[in-house]
Write a new protein. Sequence first.
Lengths: 908, 83
Amino acid sequence: MSARLPTQPGEIIDRGRPLRFTFDGRTVNALEGDTIGSALYAAGRRTFSRGFKYHRRRGLLCCAGQCPNCLVAVDGAPGVRACTEPAREGMRVEHLNARPGLELDAMELVDLVGRPFTPPGFYYKTFIRPRRLWPLYEKALRHAAGLGRLPEHQGERRWRTEYRRRHADVLVVGAGAAGLSAAIAAAELGADVVLVDEGPEPGGRLLWEGHAARARTLAARARAAGVEVLAAAPALGHFDGLVAVWQGSTLHQVRAHEHVFATGAIEQPLVFPGNDLPGVMLSGAVRRLIARYAIAPGRRAAVIGAGVADVLRAAGVEVVAVADAVLEARGRRHLRSVVLPQGEFACDLLVVSGGEVPATALVTQSGGRTAYDPDRGHFALAELPAHVWAAGQLAGHGTAAECSGQLAGLRAARSLGRGDDGSDTRVADVQALLAREQERWSPPPIRPGTRSFVCLCEDVTVKDIGQAVGEGFDSLELCKRFTTVTMGPCQGRMCQLAAARCVSEATGAPLDQVGSTRARPPWSTVPLGVLAGRPSEPAKRTPLHERHRALGARIAWAGDWRRPYDYGDPEGEALAVHRSAGLIDVSTLGKLLVRGPQAGEFLDRLYPNRVSTLKPGRLRYGVLTSEAGRIMDDGTVARLDEQTFYVTTTSGGVAGVEQWFSWWLTDWQLDVTITDVTQALAAVDLAGPRAREILGGVTSLDCGPEAFAYLDVRQARVAGAPCLLLRVGFVGELSYELHFPAAHGEHVWDAILAAGDVRPFGLEPQRLLRLQKQHLIVGQDTDSESTPFAAGVGWAVKLERAEDFVGKRALRHAAAHPSETVLVGFTVANGRVPTEGAVVLDERGVPVGQVTSARRSRQLDRVIGMAWVPLALAEDGAAVTISDGAARLHGTVVTEPFHDPAGVLMRS
Amino acid sequence: MSFLLECPHCGVREVTDFAYGGEVRPGPSGEPSLRERCEHTYFRRNVAGVQREWWYHRSGCRAWFLAERDTRSNEVHWVGVPA
């Protein structure tokens, strides 16, 4: 490990705490506080990656997480910037896009001999013929140009991101001198302020420009004023007032009344031949390497423009030349010499600075507008929307950042109504101070050449842009799409201005007409896993879930619920219901209590049949229809007493039904309350010829056929638990639906199973049993256009009722104009079960309907199903043809229930 | 889409707490014709501007209320319960 410089005042490395990681398998020694990039640089590495297209060597350029040159994979995750990612003990760092290795890359040939064949858009031009080979080309090109491989499986995801919603008065983006000052000014006037910054420590450039102590003072003041400071937290984008901020395992979603953007400026590289060689570095990078990590960036340096010569000399670097312009950088593996106007100089470091352009991406996403400023030579903020403020270099106040920040902070606080007239006086004072500052600057010229790179991410040269304009892509946005300039990982940070200038020079259009490309989120590189959040799927489980598991149930999703599909023998479970008794967990049924003096009237207006005529202790099937008379849901309505109704809905439908009920209630303003008790109650259905006898064993209620008749409702204790008992025809046998407090769930379940020859059955046998009765399942056998008449439940619509109900007019119309297709039952002779969704054909082979449910019934010894068929076929014995994949099945229509058509068993 | 909405009962919340219930549309009165009924059922005004609309506080008090919102900017000018 090469020696570090003597202790620097602002250094953040801890020399007493060494650590080690690997790069491409080799051990690298680092210090606590190092980034991957600083440790590798200190260890002598100069090549960090290979160019996107020509695979030229690329080294550290910005050391600020802006450019694409140091992208690596860390522990398998690609797209990490080595220059800002902290080094951690044991991390596995690998290069991204070079084969066989970073030092010897076969694709480098493209740079040496392939140039005439790789103009912009070459892959569309060269590799398009023969067409059938494109998949092959694509694979090879993707690999050559790739930025690493993403983990392929969900299981490999390492991020477990939490979302955090943060509401604040003021959000300040950027914690440099300006951002810190803005946060302090606003917080000291009582505002709730969040300050975010991508760096590991607040302070921005203060930290590497010799003012680290000032940065810490400001940060301490901000914290003392109550500012929430989020470090290592890049703002990803501004979305309708919500700013997404990624910080480690948290995605903060910050919503603030006022936004202060103090995103600073981005130092631009110069464009000249050889400007991408390792050894060519921005002045900010040199400052950071020396001040933060105590690393001498080279031995012999040439310096262009900015005044870092003194900084270099202080770090023991020999400065061989200082110039205003550079003509060419030479070298193959690394910079060896530089051609300046005054001659050629041997050196291993060339420090350049193409000036700084404001980082306007986020502020323009919030509605700000930029315009070309000829005095400053870049695109500057020209307009801000309400409640958005800019500070520091972004606002053009580079040398008075603290003043500028204060001004923005004060204005934001005033906009919130904080502070007083005194604050306005301060605003005026600070503004007067700032007005005196006038920076004029013009960018250095662009030197054309085949190796003058405008865009380092996508390897676009000055020549490429000229060629693109020549081919007719003569606006910046078109040129961007054709050459992909500004579209790489740096998102235009390094190339936006240079690209606009190249287009301006090539077209002759002034820069204010050329404009700049639209900045879209995300502004910072972010793993998709961070945006995706936690890989968890919330599930609802019934109070009996553990019992099902213990019984070896096959558990599967049913909407939001986890339900037992069967216990290993669906046919046997269904037969048990016919022969003795079965028990099914129906806790997933929606359960609503509708109470109040007008509850009967309320339900009368919602259901197409009458509810208020129910006597306490009785229940009725009801189908809910929309205003258009279409089936929305179905279930039972039981009257418990004069003012209390117990409504059950389908398993997935309760939220929608509650929403529907309460919407009408809000409109009608009746004296009714609706309470969803779905999760508070467990429910089971005990069904089968021996159900009465088994139930009698666990309750003292008289369950005799007269005392507790079909469609009766009773309240009694079952196995000691308070219970609501509904005699419904759910699965076509004598059955009792029991609803009781969820806490007693397992107790009641166990007691019933112990009370006789009763077998648990799952969802699958239940579907078969219901199908045998042609009991439709809303959403399975019906869709959003099904009317009760067409679906065979027209008997539940009482159009003769005098009073109005939801959908009455539409239903009257539907009754008078029968629909083209209706839902009927069918059987299939040859024994094959058609797929649900199979097509029903007419005699000419034209699709006219579809199968919605189909099963084989062992009890009935045939294949049964339900299907939508043309009205003309809706009679017993009609023949239907079903097209199921390649097969043609011949079915026969059956309009009555397949099992116990008269309903003798369920009424028994 | 992302904005804040004030539930008249619970206070200001993220819009993702709520379910949108569509524009407020008085039903046709008297004995409407088939055409009037179909228009009421299937057509919406789809205003580009301020409209009165229904919202349901799904993840909160589960009550319905009304809001006046500018559909272009998502600025909410008024919320309240129906009189």
